[in-house]
Design a binder for this molecule. Structure first.
Ligand SMILES: C[S@@+](CC[C@H](N)C(=O)[O-])C[C@H]1O[C@@H](n2cnc3c(N)ncnc32)[C@H](O)[C@@H]1O
Length: 208
């Protein structure tokens, strides 16, 4: 008989919910975490709720519209939000720090190793579908995440093969995860294998 605490799993093919569930397990109040793609702010808000009230979230996006939507969502939820520039990268207070820069520049802004990094690739839903994440900068952001993540920390990516360029990006991202050395990383891929255009989740944990 299972005597542990009650828990519920995400709906089977709800990939964003799975990516969040993998990170929830390792996050607690006071941690630092990173959202590589702020978008409409939902992953950022999720991360904040895991690390509040003492933690810090860095959230990156190259589109003003995305950061404005993220800000609106955070304001609605009364989350403290600050703006970060390379010359002002100290994080004095708890809250969310928005960064208007490419996620490949992660290391220019991070004050200390994060416990979790999330990325939801592709384009902003309801926004300009021509602005998409690109393999070259996505892989650079993943490499930077791999260098900075603390021991026991996790990196979760949702990749979308269904849009133009998305399949190549998903393939390159999966290859990057697959190349992480098994001695220091545990890696998992979740895919709806009977739906080739459906999003996939890749998760890596740096071993203790
Ligand atoms: C699918 S949306 C993210 C959804 C978001 N995580 C959420 O919870 O609402 C992808 C976002 O990635 C952003 N993006 C694309 N290339 C980027 C880059 N090089 N650096 C940072 N953000 C980027 C896009 O502007 C877009 O807002």
């Amino acid at each position: 008989m299972n005597t542990g605490p009650p828990f519920s799993l995400p709906r089977m093919t709800a990939m964003v919910a799975w990516s969040q569930a993998f990170l929830r397990e390792v996050l607690s109040s006071g941690d630092i975490a990173v959202d590589l793609t702020a978008g409409a702010g939902r992953d950022t808000l999720f991360l904040w709720r895991q690390v509040a009230p003492e933690g810090k979230i860095l959230t990156f996006d190259i589109q003003e519209e995305s950061l404005a939507r993220t800000r609106a969502l955070l304001d609605q939820a009364d989350v403290p939000i600050h703006w970060l520039t390379p010359n002002n990268s100290a994080l004095p207070a708890a809250g969310v720090y928005a960064v208007a820069a490419c996620h490949s520049r992660l290391e220019d802004f991070l004050p200390a190793p994060p416990r979790a990094v999330i990325a939801n690739l592709g384009f902003l839903p309801g926004g300009n579908s021509a602005v998409i994440t690109r393999s070259e900068t996505t892989i650079r952001a993943l490499e930077a995440s791999g260098r900075v993540l603390c021991r026991g920390g996790r990196l979760a990516v949702v990749a979308y093969p269904g849009h133009s360029g998305g399949r190549e990006e998903e393939r390159e991202v999966a290859a990057w995860f697959g190349g992480l050395p098994a001695a220091t990383w545990s890696v998992l891929k979740l895919a709806a294998v009977n739906r080739p255009d459906a999003p996939t989740v890749l998760v890596a944990e740096r071993r203790q």
